[in-house]
Design a protein around this ligand. Sequence first.
Ligand SMILES: Nc1ncnc2c1ncn2[C@@H]1O[C@H](COP(=O)(O)OP(=O)(O)OP(=O)(O)O)[C@@H](O)[C@H]1O
Ligand SMILES: [Mg+2]
Length: 331
Amino acid sequence: MELLELIDISKQFHVRSGGRRATLSAVDHVSLTVRPGTTLGVVGESGCGKSTLARVIVGLHLADDGEMIFDGKQVLAGKRRTPTELKRMQMVFQDPSSALNPRATISESIGFPLQVQGTPKAVIADRVAKVMHDVGLPAAYASHYPHQLSGGQRQRVNIARALALQPKLVVLDEAVSALDKSIQAQVLNLLSDLQEEYGLTYVFISHDLNVVRYISDDVAVMYLGQVVESGSAQELYDNPKHPYTQLLLSSVPTLDPAQSTRDEPVDSIDSTEIPSPIDPPSGCRFRTRCPFAMDVCAQTAPPRITIADDRTVACHLYADSALPLPHSQEV
Ligand SMILES: Nc1ncnc2c1ncn2[C@@H]1O[C@H](COP(=O)(O)OP(=O)(O)OP(=O)(O)O)[C@@H](O)[C@H]1O
Ligand SMILES: [Mg+2]
């Protein structure tokens, strides 16, 4: 069984564009699954909807439409959300310092969400000490303030705070993107160790393809609010199917995170031509940048087809590659 299942999740924003009201489709019918104890990487250029999706998952945004099943329970149906499950999901954000109260000590910061829940003081103290140890923060730091810590240490504090609530799912939104490469590698290793020790499931969001490959079991590639391709990290990186994934990967200098020189591989693609999610292209949203665009691409949005086990692609080039439906499902 999956730990998390997203079914046709959509989220729009009502914005003003050129003085007029407009609807911005930030997440458009996204369906994804995450198996327990694994990491789903979500990758795509700036503005493709990664953070919006993350916020919908943990309940910081209400979805407009769609369904979400978490740990066997339906927690979201259209605009209805079950709040009781929220504490089993935690989110870690990009900026390690802005997420922390500068006037709270490290132990207060980590213990605060537990305090809000009314957890007894002794339990909080034990739990804080354990998670600090588990994320590699010396006990002496308990009484320190955020400004006394490095960026990497502050991100460890944020991870500890998420873990203190004993979540099943942790959504990491660009959680290592602000860190130096060497620190990035340490925090990624820490996340892998914690995943094993705590049996955690991750949704790991980044625009950095190297980092995503390093940590993910499965990967979903987003473009203008939609998932264009998904599959196991190994297959997707070894044999990208969607022209957009191919474009992203062709711009990555090296797949070894320790040797990566460019900070933002995805953003290094010429992104001046990315269409706006306010007025996306007809048919396939990627067609205006696609070297293989055909007439049909302007007319019909390509369905996301399953081309192999756990491997999907939304592209007309693969229209004939769809796996046949199991016999029982044929009409
Ligand atoms: N609160 C909001 N109000 C209006 N528009 C928003 C809001 N949040 C996001 N958007 C728009 O939704 C789209 C998706 O944004 P989102 O932040 O989810 O992208 P992202 O993939 O996380 O980008 P980045 O890599 O830069 O973090 C963008 O066009 C963005 O401008
Ligand atoms: Mg974002």
